[in-house]
Design a protein around this ligand. Structure first.
Ligand code: MSP
Length: 527
């Protein structure tokens, strides 16, 4: 069903790390969706932020001889600094150490206690210190009692903890997966979660007593709320759901539930099982979809700190400096691992995609069309019509072709199929090129008697290009705005008029067009 509000979130990023491609990727995916939907007229709220509590942060800070708060402040500031460099239009940035968040986490956890789904219990099990996670006995055995992530030995830990009665949600969760087939995407990830879910759910500890850097348990402050529970709640605290009397809730409550929680595949269990169970217990509607993307690898190899091959911020910056921010965003959005398999980031691939799609297709088409209008019509858009209706040339019904493309691009974006949505727009540009090759306006130009036909062809090319550019704005805002300027189009995407702007005939004949080099050719991979 069409909705007039949309909410999309990134995971909140750990402040023990510096921003890298993983963070840049999720942020860009969400940003492209948010921009597109705002342009399409939806009232969108796009949230990102930082995850600042937990023993890991406490340890890293103490190793650096600073307080956890200091570490969190420094790195949260770094994450915030980076967002505009990626072109992010997030509406808020939530930090889990902010009082607005911690107050609400306590309220929400108290509600869970009151509802009888959180209780005090005793637990002993295998604990992965790096991941701050208990590993079930059978899994621990399978793993040789070593962390699957850092391969350090699991430790035997015993605690008196508050527990979340996850086991009580077994049936409801299975029903959810059954009824809402798209609750977890892509399909392969859904099947994995469902498989694990069917093995049966045990209650999960949601408090710790072995460290202090976290949100204290309401009415029992020697317990600190487990960082994952605290972190997941950011999605609702940013909208004020934990304080229904607040201004935040009055203004933002309407955005819940989210269209998408966009996350990486390694944090799916928390989002697809524990989080919906918490929301069910709180009687809060569930997100429409948890979208778990795969990973970027580099030149065929897993990225890791030990290999030193992580695409970190300075590397991202080099690509942005060499190819432009829009080219970086285009590569992230169209070549990224939104599907069930990992995506390989390679220097050559980046260069090839830039050259094929942006230089040779979008950029070339724009300059070709503008050059011909410049040459044959003194830079003024010619008229298309023939007695009031668009001319049909070489059997091309351009209004219909464009309308179909807009619908396809929009429907794909709705499904968070970024490459499908953007691919539809680039496909339209390819059709324009093919149309030029077919109708050969440069030959027609020599025949004065066919001037009307020549004008109509160039009008159609220019108008279809304008429509394609509107669909490409969300991913490449800077360059598409330059294109609009060169076409004398004053368009404000914030006005949310994508649908109206994409109807055929928006381009006025007589408007002056300038030639521009939208995507300069780069000779060699230069990063
Ligand atoms: N703090 C948790 C999330 C809590 S959400 C309530 C966390 N933070 S993180 O900083 O470690 O990870 C942030 C995101 O980056 C994750 O979604 C993760 O999947 C993503 N990436 C990290 N490395 C990645 C790649 N190599 N490729 C793509 N994304 C990956 O987890």
């Amino acid at each position: 069903m069409a909705r007039d509000v949309s909410y999309i979130t990134t995971p909140i990023y750990y402040v023990n790390d510096k921003p890298h491609i993983g963070h840049a990727y999720t942020t860009t995916v969400c940003d492209v969706y948010a921009r597109f939907m705002r342009f399409a007229g939806r009232d969108v709220f796009f949230l990102t932020g930082t995850d600042e509590h937990g023993v890991r942060i406490e340890k890293v800070a103490s190793a650096q001889g600073i307080t956890p708060q200091q570490l969190a402040d420094d790195n949260a500031a770094e994450f915030q600094r980076v967002l505009p460099l990626l072109g992010s239009t997030n509406d808020d940035f939530i930090r889990t150490t902010e009082p607005r968040h911690t107050r609400q986490v306590q309220n929400l956890v108290q509600k869970l206690v009151d509802a009888g789904v959180v209780y005090l219990g005793e637990f002993e099990g295998w604990y992965d210190e790096g991941q701050e996670e208990y590993i079930p006995q059978n899994k621990a055995k399978e793993l040789g009692y070593k962390s699957p992530v850092n391969h350090k030995p699991l430790v035997r830990a015993k605690e008196s903890n508050y527990y979340f009665r996850l086991s009580a949600f077994q049936e409801k969760l299975e029903k959810l997966f059954d009824e809402q087939q798209d609750f977890v995407r892509p399909q392969a990830r859904r099947n994995e979660v469902l498989g694990r879910l069917r093995e049966g759910l045990a209650d999960v500890p949601i408090s710790r007593t072995n460290f202090t850097w976290g949100v204290p348990m309401p009415n029992d402050p020697k317990h600190v709320i487990y960082v994952w529970i605290d972190a997941l709640m950011n999605y609702v605290t940013a909208l004020g759901l934990g304080e229904p009397d607040s201004d935040a809730f009055a203004q933002r409550g309407k955005y819940w539930p989210p269209d998408y929680h966009v996350i990486g595949k390694e944090i799916l269990w928390f989002h697809a099982v524990i989080w919906p169970a918490i929301l069910m217990a709180l009687d809060v509607p569930l997100p429409r979809c948890i979208y778990a993307h795969s990973f970027w690898i580099r030149e065929g190899q897993k990225m890791s700190k030990s290999l030193g091959n992580f695409i970190d911020l300075p590397t991202i910056q080099k690509y942005v400096d060499a190819y432009g921010l829009d080219a970086w965003r285009y590569y992230m959005a169209t070549q990224g691992p939104l599907g069930a398999t990992d995506a390989d980031f390679s220097d050559k691939h980046f260069h090839d995609i830039y050259t094929t799609d942006l230089v040779n297709t979008v950029g070339n088409c724009a300059s070709r069309v503008a050059a011909m209008i410049g040459k044959y019509f003194d830079g003024a858009v010619p008229a298309e019509t023939d007695g009031g209706s668009p001319r049909r040339i070489a059997d091309h019904d351009w209004p219909a072709i464009c309308q179909r493309t807009v619908a396809e691009s929009r429907a794909a974006m709705d499904k968070l199929d970024l490459s499908g949505s953007i691919g539809a727009a680039v496909g339209l540009v390819r059709k324009i090129d093919a149309f030029i090759n077919l109708t050969e306006p440069y030959k027609l130009a020599k025949d004065e008697s066919r001037r009307d036909e020549l004008g109509a062809i160039l009008y159609q090319c220019c108008e279809a290009l304008r429509i394609a550019s509107l669909l490409l704005w969300a991913v490449m805002p800077e360059r598409m705005e330059q294109l609009w300027t060169s076409m004398n189009q004053s368009i404000d995407p914030r006005a949310g008029k994508l649908q109206a702007l994409t109807s055929w005939g928006g381009l006025q004949s007589g408007a002056s067009i300038q030639k521009l080099a939208l995507f300069p050719r780069m000779e060699k991979p230069s990063v």
